[in-house]
Design a protein around this ligand. Structure first.
Ligand code: NAD
Length: 490
């Protein structure tokens, strides 16, 4: 797979800024063009949200953030780009004009990915010199958190472009859904539009308020949709007899006079005032920034819950985390100097790891140190396959010294020193530090190797014993760390 290092984002509004956030989170440098002088401020606000979100979303090692800069015109933004994201307003003539400018300056091999919510890619690519490299990659807001991206090729889009796009979006944690027949508005927005239309009727006819409609979704079927979608949910509703029974039972209702799905209420000032007024009453006491944070925190919790059940969007998060761990492990294999304490964690402090003083909570010191121990385990080969085969280490004793305070979103680093790695024992000393090296805490752990079959202590595999011996020998010259072997120092 081609590794994308440099991207361009043309149009830095709601969606463009979300793309910038996801791209730099994945170590890709981004050049942005947007004629609006307030675009940098808007992008900063989205980046503040995305950094907050990623610091909570995953404990996996994160890549070093890519850099972003603002270009003076489209040509300078795209001239060195491998991947070009178009996220300008939804007008065919504007998008086509922008593609002409892009083609005048971008490398021929660069993919052009339009964020359009509904325009056909065949129409977008008409007039391009290299139409085969354009496709629609339709994301969902917030782009940095929601994994879905609908991929739609036009008549002239090449199969290679679609394949490259699938691999690329997977590599940045997304779930590419390839829509094989192009239709306006693709899949998700068609579904949403049906619900939106019916909701407008319900409010317009005075049957429900905007809050009633939202409650009808979020207290009930919205929860089902987030994890099983529509058809799988209805299959269950059909009971043992499944989908066939469900369709026989409920299919005829579609012709009952319940629905106005094909009509649209007149979109006049009265309707807009009604909806906007109710929405103000419902949510006006929150700022948009507060609502974004609430939304992001809820989405993160849902994604993490789904990940724990290896289901739906949680699978995309699990795959992404595995790739982050693999990348960190392969980097570790090649670059680690075993003669010094080994860097096992590098991250920022998530905003919800802090207490009312905005300092990292006591329990998180243990969590960080335990993440460092996990990273050390992966380094020596105690990975998912080893655990599957029946071996692991259990922690039997821990001693933590809290030496300094650290605030939300500050970077921290943990290094791990092996004090003893022979036989069944593994004695580790983790130093938790600020990025500038000042010591925050030390955590000393004694672990014992166990057989997961007998649940009692056992020797590690030959390969693990050897790797541990190699590291312990390389670190044997290090002085005993200050604080090692300490109990509570009264
Ligand atoms: P937006 O209005 O928030 O942002 C558009 C940005 O494009 C603005 O910052 C504007 O200054 C900039 N722009 C205008 N002319 C430009 C030019 N000539 N060159 C470069 N930049 C220019 O709109 P948005 O919601 O981010 O939508 C962008 C695209 O993404 C649209 O095609 C839309 O259909 C699609 N989309 C939107 C959503 C959504 O929820 N908002 C979701 C998925 C896809």
């Amino acid at each position: 797979m081609q590794t994308i290092k440099q991207a361009a984002v043309v149009g830095g509004g709601v969606i463009g800024a979300g793309w910038v956030a996801r791209l730099i989170e994945n170590g890709i440098n981004v050049s942005i063009y947007d004629p609006d002088p307030t675009a940098p401020q808007k992008i900063d606000a989205v980046l503040a949200n995305s950094r907050h979100a990623y610091s909570k979303l995953t404990m996996a090692p994160r890549r070093t953030e890519g850099q972003f800069s603002f270009a003076k015109d489209i040509a300078s933004a795209v001239k060195a780009a491998d991947w070009i994201v178009e996220a300008v307003p939804e007008r065919l003539d504007l998008k086509q004009k922008i593609y002409r400018e892009i083609e005048g300056a971008a490398p021929h091999s660069a993919i052009i990915a339009s964020s359009t919510s509904g325009i056909l890619p065949t129409d977008l690519q008409a007039g391009l010199q290299h139409p085969e490299r354009l496709l629609v990659a339709h994301p969902f807001n917030p782009v940095y958190l929601l994994p879905l991206v609908e991929l739609v090729g036009g008549k002239q889009t090449s199969a290679d472009t679609v394949q490259r796009a699938q691999a690329f979006y997977r590599s940045i944690g997304m779930h590419p859904l390839h829509i094989k027949k192009e239709i306006e508005a693709f899949i998700a927005d068609r579904l949403l539009e049906a619900v939106w239309r019916e909701s407008l009727w319900l409010v317009s006819d005075g049957i429900a308020s905007t809050e009633d409609v939202d409650d009808a979704i979020r207290y009930g079927f919205g929860l089902r949709w987030a994890q099983m979608g529509l058809f799988e949910t209805y299959r269950i509703a059909g009971g043992e007899a499944g989908m066939r029974h469900f369709m026989e039972q409920f299919g005829p209702c579609l012709s009952w006079p319940w629905t106005k799905l094909t009509d649209v209420p007149e979109f006049n000032d009265q309707l807009v005032d009604l909806i906007a007024g109710q929405s103000d009453a419902q949510s006006g006491h929150y700022s948009i920034r507060q609502l974004e944070r609430i939304r992001d925190n809820n989405l993160i919790a849902i994604l993490q819950a789904l990940k724990a059940h290896d289901w739906g969007a949680g699978k995309a998060l699990a795959v992404y985390e595995k790739s982050q761990y693999d990348a960190a492990a392969s980097q570790a294999q090649t670059a680690v100097d075993y003669s010094q304490p080994i860097k096992t964690v590098e991250r920022t402090v998530p905003t919800d790891w802090t207490d009312y003083n905005n300092h990292m909570n006591e329990s998180r010191y243990l969590q960080v140190s335990s993440d460092a121990t996990d990273a050390f385990m992966r380094l020596i080969g105690v990975d998912a396959a080893y655990v599957e085969a029946g071996g692991s280490y259990f922690t039997v004793e821990t001693h933590i010294r809290h030496l300094d305070e650290v605030r939300a979103l500050e970077p921290i680093v943990v290094t791990t020193q092996v004090l003893n790695g022979s036989g069944k024992k593994l004695h580790l000393f983790n130093r938790i530090q600020h990025a500038d090296g000042r010591l925050l805490a030390t955590a000393e752990h004694m672990l014992i190797h166990v057989s997961l079959k007998t649940r009692s202590s056992s020797l590690p595999s030959e390969a693990i014993a050897q790797k541990l011996a190699e590291i312990a020998q390389a670190q044997a010259h290090l002085p005993k760390p200050d604080g090692a072997g300490r109990a509570i120092g009264a």
